[in-house]
Write a protein that binds this ligand. Sequence first.
Ligand code: 5GP
Length: 188
Amino acid sequence: MGKLEVVLTESEIQKKIDELADRINRDYAGKELLVVGILRGAFIFMADLVRKLEVPVVVDFVAVSSYGDATESSGIVRIIKDMDESVAGRHVLLVEDIIDTGLTLKYLYDYLKARGPASLRVCTLLDKPDRRQVDFQSDYNGFTIPDYFVVGFGLDYKQLYRNLPAVYALPPGGEEETCLQGQGRRNL
Ligand code: 5GP
């Protein structure tokens, strides 16, 4: 049976979220922020991040089609649930768990930009630059990681593992039979 390997511990993640929140608090001082999470993966990261924000915050969510049950992107982005808030004239921060090929964020960024926000920036917990298919950079990124398929802290494999408190790598080919017991560490 394969073991999930820790890539980022709970305390490493929390320290990084503190740093990201400090930067965002400084950059948006005196402004109201509309924080838009991309479901489902961003929900835990966003919940921790917004609790560290000291500016007035309104939250909203969008849901997009994901990889289905595969670990590879289909390259097709579809909005399944649109935002409830209006974007026009607002300072918008789009929050995502991970930027991989860049297709999802590029699509959503262009989509929101066309609705006339006062400003639009992107905050991601993880970045896998080796996998990029379109030119896209996050404004606030937590960690740059190698091309591992990671789970935990909101990220899933077949909708499982989102509740795990840290970020883990799935062992190659071991997706079906993983366990947390005796987990090792995989370095960045
Ligand atoms: P992109 O459009 O940048 O290729 O992919 C963004 C989405 O793909 C993320 O929101 C996430 O749902 C999924 N994704 C990309 N890489 C990983 C990964 O390593 N693990 C998991 N669980 N999802 C990933």
